[in-house]
Design a protein around this ligand. Structure first.
Ligand code: NDP
Length: 276
């Protein structure tokens, strides 16, 4: 360790006080011997750019971005990765040669959790994605890259699912459907809505769940989410919440910032231990 000031990173959002990101990045930094600090920036709506200027004045090198600013961050960045452009949302900013460079690591984090940590193979599978907000938009490209047989997007407001499917329509692989129209036969069902935040379950038919289906909720918490409790009660073959996605998307950000990929296994175990 040198006497230099630690490299400064952080998370900007509103609210941010319950975020697990400082813990995750501290564990990554310890594991890889990086001299860095990770701070929380609670920016009231309208203060996004002002807070970023302040962060840069403090020599900040990179930021994670969460609700409600992922769209603002996309518009803010001078350049961005293809996956960020597809999602029209940025959850990671790195300053390179003074210029803000945007990425979206949510989809990669989701697929790494599903395939790497949970041992699922998305290739050739039938997948239902519930939701059409920022998290769903960030996930679609990475799911398509994993080569499923079919991806159906369904959302409470059907028009949003239709325009998301249209934006990604690659050879008929992706299509939108309404909640009422959904039938069974899914290998994987991903809840990318924020319904679990208020203890609700999207109004999809219970018949979509079968022992064949693995159910995933991007939300996470101490106890099973409302969606996962509901899916288990209807006979889902397996269930997982989004804490693994959280750790994996953070690892992708860390890779962009520090050019090092941390070992996520021990960090995921520690975050889970603290959640419970
Ligand atoms: P948005 O606000 O952008 O989108 C919310 C989505 O949820 C919309 O599709 C909305 O439908 C739907 N929705 C909200 N309430 C209900 C309800 N009661 N029934 C059915 N649908 C509902 O949020 P995000 O996409 O950014 O986030 C979604 C979830 O993903 C959050 O819980 C968030 O915590 C989680 N997340 C987890 C991450 C992780 O690393 N684990 C990373 C990013 C997000 P409509 O269009 O009809 O309003």
């Amino acid at each position: 360790m040198t006497g230099d000031a630690p490299a400064l990173y952080g998370l900007i959002g509103h609210p941010v006080e319950h975020s697990r990101s400082p813990l995750i990045h501290r564990l990554f930094a310890e594991q890889t011997g990086q001299h860095m600090n990770y701070v929380l920036i609670d920016a009231v709506p309208g203060r996004f750019r002002a807070e970023i200027e302040d962060f840069r004045a403090r020599k900040g090198q990179g930021l994670n971005v969460t609700l409600p600013f992922k769209g603002d961050a996309f518009r803010f960045c001078a350049r961005s990765t293809q996956r960020a452009r597809q999602a029209r949302a940025v959850n990671t900013i790195a300053w390179k040669d003074g210029e803000a460079f945007g990425d979206n690591t949510d989809g990669a984090g989701l697929v790494r959790d599903l395939e790497g940590n949970l041992g699922l193979s998305l290739r050739g599978s039938r997948i239902l994605l519930i939701g059409a907000g920022g998290a769903a938009r960030g996930a679609v490209g990475a799911i398509i890259d994993a080569d499923p047989a079919e991806l159906i997007i369904a959302n409470r407001t059907p028009d949003r699912a239709a325009s998301l499917a249209e934006a990604f329509s690659s050879g008929g692989l992706v299509r939108a459907d309404t909640f009422e129209n959904l039938h069974g036969g899914f290998d994987l069902i991903i809840n990318a809505t924020s319904a679990s935040l208020s203890g609700q379950v999207p109004a999809v038919p219970a018949a979509i769940i079968s022992p064949r289906s693995f159910c995933y909720d991007m939300m996470y918490g101490k106890n099973p989410t409302a969606f996962l409790s509901w899916a288990s009660a209807h006979g889902a073959g397996g269930c997982a919440d989004g804490v693994g996605m959280l750790v994996e998307q953070a690892a992708e950000s860390f890779l962009l910032w520090r050019n090092l990929r941390p070992d996520t296994g021990p960090v995921l175990r520690e975050v889970r231990r603290r959640l419970s």
